[in-house]
Design a protein around this ligand. Structure first.
Ligand SMILES: [Fe+2]
Ligand SMILES: [Fe+2]
Length: 150
């Protein structure tokens, strides 16, 4: 079961790194007055997601493992690619909500695996990161409501 914990830690680490890439690209490319708030929010989240990756990497090290390098990286966030139409803010919002839901599912799995492996330190980390991702999802769901309204 300890393998499942480190597998999930590696998976979560890679997802956080990919999230940083895509939030950064989208925070740069979006155009228009309506995009400003989304861009600011993404910029703030970049730092948070990077902090998540760092904590996951540190936990892997404490478990005598290592975070993956780029050659082991497999991209997965198709829906979060910068849109061809740079005013298409909604597609970015939807991509963010999907990415946050993916992260939420991974941290839930990590909580269960860590509990079964009697690893309360990893479990505690996963609970903390889960709370952050739920807050991100709420924020972007709110943006989506606002955009759907006009
Ligand atoms: Fe994160
Ligand atoms: Fe997040």
């Amino acid at each position: 079961m300890a393998d499942e914990v480190t597998d999930l830690l590696r998976e979560a680490y890679a997802d956080e790194i990919e999230t940083v890439m895509n939030y950064m690209a989208n925070s740069i490319v979006l155009d228009g007055v309506r995009a400003e708030e989304i861009k600011e929010s993404l910029q703030a989240d970049i730092q948070e997601e990077l902090g998540h990756a760092q904590q996951l990497g540190e936990r892997l090290k404490q478990l005598d493992e290592a975070p993956p390098g780029s050659m082991d990286f497999e991209a997965r966030q198709e829906s979060l690619q910068p849109p061809a139409d740079t005013t298409d803010v909604i597609s970015v919002i939807d991509g963010v909500v999907e990415a946050e839901e993916g992260a939420i599912a991974t941290y839930r799995s990590l909580i269960t695996a860590a509990e079964e492996a009697d690893d309360p330190v990893t479990e505690d980390l996963a609970v903390t990161l889960l709370a952050d991702e739920e807050a991100h999802r709420t924020e972007f769901r709110g943006f989506r409501k606002e955009y759907a309204a006009d």
